[in-house]
Design a protein around this ligand. Structure first.
Ligand code: FES
Length: 232
């Protein structure tokens, strides 16, 4: 983990997400699913550091707060947490965003395509006309009704979902623990990270198989099976 000053150099829309292009040293760049935390240097009233996740098809984009403006100087710390691990043998990768945006999964799509894998993206609703994720034509995008077919096709699964929605997702699609293990399934838990592990505030706690886990330190990417309790 390192610290450095970065700068917000551009703001753009990435799908439904307001994303910023962050200039910073390469050593601080988080891998897919990891994050940096940032405070604006010029605004000491901003008490909490904001987590910056890689997003979209470019390595230097991240969702940002609406009120940040281009040129903002950022005190950065990271990379933090555990990101996605995509096996080099993966050939059919299913990326699914459930009740959240797709953008944080797209850096993993880039990685999978670089490995020569096929990629299917599953999302709650297909994007409205005019909303773009800058996806290459080889990437298939399907709605969640097609999730069972995508699971049957895939050899790896990566999810992004709010912590409170995971159980509903597993129940709705009857996803079982042995299926998650066979798929090397991982989940990026979407949850507030107010202290990013500095104060053990516990706000990011998620129920794990035998106890609780902290998304900021133990995640925010978890093996899905580890969050599935005693589900068979
Ligand atoms: S964000 Fe405070 S313990 Fe995780």
């Amino acid at each position: 983990m390192g610290q450095a000053e970065g700068r917000l150099v551009e703001i753009k829309l990435e799908g439904e997400t307001v994303a910023g292009r962050i200039a910073c040293p390469d050593a601080l760049r988080p891998a897919p699913g990891q994050y940096l935390v940032a405070n604006r240097v010029d605004d000491p009233t901003e008490a909490l550091a904001y987590p910056l996740f890689p997003t979209g098809m470019a390595a230097d984009l991240s969702p940002i707060p609406d009120h940040w403006a281009p040129g903002a100087r950022l005190a950065l710390r990271g990379p933090l947490g555990h990101g996605f691990h995509l096996p080099s043998t993966s050939r059919r990768v299913c990326l699914a965003a459930y009740q959240c945006g797709l953008a944080r999964l797209l850096p993993l799509a880039v990685q999978a395509l670089e490995h020569g894998a096929e990629v299917t993206l599953v999302m709650d609703a297909l994007p409205p006309v005019g909303m773009t994720y800058h996806l290459p034509a080889v990437v298939e995008v399907v709605p969640f009704e097609a999730f069972p077919e995508a699971l049957a096709w895939a050899d790896s699964l990566a999810l992004d979902t709010p912590a409170g929605s995971l159980e509903g997702l597993l129940t709705r699609f009857r996803l079982e623990k042995r299926q998650a293990q066979a798929l090397n399934a991982q989940v990026l838990v979407d949850t507030p990270l107010p202290c990013s592990g500095l104060a053990d505030c516990g706000v990011c706690a998620v129920p794990a198989s035998r106890s609780w886990a902290l998304a900021c330190k133990d995640g925010p990417v978890f093996d899905l099976a580890a969050l599935m309790g005693e589900r068979s």
